[in-house]
Write a protein that binds this ligand. Structure first.
Ligand code: AMP
Length: 217
């Protein structure tokens, strides 16, 4: 199976779709946001350095995020899902070099095309498990936790991310928009890009993603 790069605004559903792909097809999910949040939670020197950048909604340096990505890649096998990386053209070129060096360059990009207002709605209702990082949503039936406020798998209390407030979300969305077009053009030119329009419902979005996967693998 080819690796998948998800390109979408924050809170568009990349985490939910990744969870479904991991469960059904055995992909390995790499979310640079999750990796950086673990670093912050560990209170390491690096974690302390990036905590305020992350809570402001701004991007961590390419150098730091690439370092955590490379560490993770050395620990897990293909096929990978890249969620939240690359976020700009510098990172896209770095990822291509890394995968070529590892001889693991069979990759496609899937663009989840969600409007800003829809993405804000999702961000503000989003819940996640601090233990396994599984994502839930307060209002979307299919991804509501079975017991309100608890992770279905770990049974620990779910949390709202502090960067999911509307104010911080707008900063994150602007950072996304500033970088998304060149990335989309880049993958389009390489004929690696597949688009899912208006991915509103998790189950129908998943079917569309499965259709892409079965066409290309
Ligand atoms: P996410 O969970 O993907 O929304 O990421 C949360 C935060 O982590 C972002 O707002 C950034 O501060 C940081 N982050 C995650 N991935 C990257 C990346 N590829 N480049 C720079 N910063 C990142």
């Amino acid at each position: 199976m080819k690796n998948i790069i998800f390109i979408a605004p924050p809170a568009a559903g990349k985490g939910t779709q990744s969870d479904l792909l991991v469960k059904k097809y055995g992909y390995h999910h790499i979310s640079t946001g999750d990796l950086l949040r673990s670093e912050v939670a560990s209170k390491s020197e690096l974690g302390n350095e990036i905590a305020s950048i992350m809570s402001s909604g701004n991007l961590v340096s390419d150098e730091i995020v690439t370092k955590v990505l490379e560490k993770k890649l050395s620990e897990i096998k293909e096929p990978y899902i890249f969620d939240g990386y690359p976020r700009n053209m510098v990172q896209a070129k770095i990822l291509e070099d890394i995968l070529t060096k590892l001889n693991k360059h069979e990759t496609i990009a899937i663009y989840l095309n969600v409007s800003e207002e829809e993405a804000i709605k999702r961000a503000t209702g989003r819940l996640s498990c601090p233990n396994c990082n599984r994502s839930y949503h307060k209002y979307t039936e299919e991804v509501k936790p079975k017991v309100s406020g608890k992770c279905d798998d770990c049974e620990v209390d779910l949390i709202n991310r502090d960067d999911d407030s509307e104010e911080t979300y707008r900063v994150r969305y602007k950072n996304y928009i500033d970088n998304a077009s060149p990335l989309l053009n880049y993958y389009q030119d390489k004929e690696m890009l597949y688009v899912v329009e208006n991915p509103i419902y998790p189950n129908t979005t998943f079917i569309e993603i499965e259709n892409v996967i079965s066409d290309i693998n």
